[in-house]
Write a protein that binds this ligand. Structure first.
Ligand code: GAL
Length: 567
């Protein structure tokens, strides 16, 4: 890997906040004369060539796009992307190509990347007047079959550090980026079990009832998550137990622990005036509010210390071993909430930088609160250099196909993503969604708005139980994959193109993924009974029947989730 500095980079950049950063300079083959850099009235601009046939992947949790060649993305934190624009819960300024390298841009700005556009070349006259009558063919015809330009525009900044990673395939390159970020995260085995998030309006007694139901009916839930109802104030938050719903919170914690559950608490970071830390946090917060609460500046040690101390003393020390860090993204398209880009923070960050770093700094603060308590928690926003944080991303969006694409894409960028199950249109929808979450890094049933367990309505408890038991059987394999992630940076779940980078067939496969090295998973949604599956060169068997399967493209038709095992 090699760092190359252009102009004068900003002081507030992700690498300054990454404690485990592991930079070891090596020689690279990439020709740095490829780069063109200049300051502009809009900030600064970096340009470099993309070959014809060069494909571009990564840029974080992109739910709406996969192969970014020829696309324009603005990498901006957002909770409700509506199209393939680059907006994301976790935009990551790192990409890889099939040509042996990847680049990380160390910036907390909303960069715009155009992955292969044409620059003025003073051309010779060549006529090209084939008339086409469909939009699809039209733009195919206009597609550039030549070397194009990738532009990376960084607003405000007068310079940028770029890190170049090289490797034999995409997996190798991504692994190096993850090691550079501090290595993959350390997760406890129980964190990989089943996480059930209870109805937000439940009382402590109802949560104990729910736990009893799981145990008495042999439904293998490992973690119970409490949603907003545990707190006395939520939008914004108090971080204090609600006296009416949870007068017995110590008893609830003891009951859950005695019955072998781990406990995860929902919250977000906007601090209500009803919170005991409100006054202390006042001077370490931004100059705007969200939901009439303070926006803590986790870029300051003071804010981190106060916030972490309160959580440690009142929650972690009492038995809580996980948190769900909600709302640290922001909504630009659907609900319009959060703080403006002009917000000023005591650490010197502006609103744009804080949006891009908020999730990361929030995770760091909560790891401080958790101290040595192992966890696999949740967060709704992450960004650059996040591989070492044991937090899984999730969303309020719910398109099953987009959720599968999220699983596939997460492995390019050092982030973890769960395609959670909530409610379902029908039994088939429920089973298909559950199948996908069973074969993902975190098996999450997020019933926060479901007064009863989501399978009750469809009378399919036995089938759900069977699937959750399959999940339990996958845990040792997943744990091994996570242990490797930590030391080698190899992501536990990834796109086919990561391992099979020379295989052109994989360049557009955004609905199949490699799970723990030896499995390929090809989920189905409720709308499908059959689908096309691709298996790269190699020896494969059907995971369920152990029958041999040939590599290449074929059709599967099954009620189960199609899974194939490498021999
Ligand atoms: C949302 C979150 C949901 C749920 C809900 C509770 O922001 O994405 O999963 O926790 O808040 O209010």
């Amino acid at each position: 890997m090699k760092k190359i500095t252009f102009g004068t980079p900003e002081k507030i950049v992700p690498s300054n906040y990454c404690k485990g950063l592991d930079y070891k300079e090596t020689d690279i083959k990439y020709d740095v004369n490829n780069f063109k850099f200049k300051e502009t009235t809009r900030g600064c601009l970096l340009e470099f060539p993309l070959e014809f046939g060069e494909e571009v992947f990564g840029f974080g949790l992109q739910l709406k796009g996969f192969n970014h060649k020829n696309h324009k993305l603005q990498l901006r934190v957002n909770s409700d992307p509506v199209a393939n624009t680059g907006d994301s819960h976790a935009p990551v300024p790192f990409f890889v190509t099939n040509k042996g390298y990847g680049m990380y841009f160390d910036t907390a700005r909303y960069i715009e990347v155009c992955c292969g556009y044409g620059k003025n070349k003073s051309r010779e006259p060549v006529e090209n007047n084939t008339i086409i009558a469909t939009a699809e063919d039209l733009y195919k015809k206009c597609g550039l079959k030549e070397t194009t330009t990738m532009s990376v525009e960084i607003p405000v900044a007068k310079g940028i550090d770029v890190y170049i990673f090289e490797g034999k395939n995409i997996l190798d390159i991504v692994s190096q980026y993850n090691i550079f970020s501090g290595g993959g995260c350390d997760v406890p085995e129980w964190g990989l079990g089943v996480l059930y998030r209870a109805y937000a309006r439940n009382t402590g007694s109802q949560v104990m009832e729910l736990a009893k139901y799981f145990r008495e009916n042999d439904i293998p839930v490992d973690i119970i998550g409490l949603e907003p109802g545990w707190q006395s104030s939520t939008y914004s938050c108090s971080y204090v137990w609600d006296k009416e719903r949870y007068p017995n919170h110590d008893e609830v914690i003891k009951y859950l622990k005695d019955n072998g559950f781990h406990i995860n608490l929902w919250e977000h970071a906007f601090i209500s005036a009803a919170s005991p830390i409100y006054k202390q946090m006042h001077d370490y917060s931004g100059d705007y509010e969200v939901w009439q609460g303070l926006i803590p500046d986790f870029g300051t040690e003071e804010a981190r210390d106060i916030f972490a101390k309160h959580h440690k003393e009142t929650l972690v020390d009492k038995g809580i071993d996980g948190f769900k860090l909600d709302e640290c993204d922001n909504s630009d398209f659907v609900h319009d909430w959060s703080f403006p880009n002009c917000t000023e923070f005591p650490s010197g960050m502006d609103g744009e930088q804080y949006h891009q770093l908020f999730g990361t700094l929030y995770m760091q603060t909560m790891l401080k609160a958790l101290e040595n308590t192992p966890t696999l928690s949740e967060v709704r926003s992450a960004g650059a250099l996040c591989a070492s944080y044991p937090f899984v991303l999730y969303s309020d969006l719910y398109d099953h196909k987009d959720f599968i694409r999220g699983v596939v894409n997460s492995g390019f960028s050092g982030i973890l993503w769960t395609p959670e199950l909530r409610d379902a249109k029908n039994k088939k929808d429920l089973m298909r969604r559950l199948q996908t979450t069973v074969f993902s890094v975190q098996c999450l049933i997020n019933a926060w708005y479901c007064p009863q367990v989501p399978w009750k309505e469809f009378d399919c408890e036995d089938e759900v139980k069977e699937l959750l038991k399959i999940r339990k059987s996958l845990v040792p394999m997943l744990k091994k994959a996570f242990d490797e992630y930590k030391t080698t940076g190899k992501p536990p779940v990834r796109a086919l193109v990561a391992d099979y980078t020379d295989d052109k067939e994989t360049y557009f496969i955004d609905d199949e993924y490699i799970f723990c090295d030896d499995l390929i998973v090809a989920p189905l949604t409720a709308e499908m009974d059959e689908r096309r599956v691709y298996l790269p060169e190699g020896e494969w068997v059907d995971y369920w029947t152990k029958e041999k399967v040939n590599s290449g493209w074929f059709t599967v038709n099954t009620q189960k989730i199609p899974v194939f095992e490498k021999r």
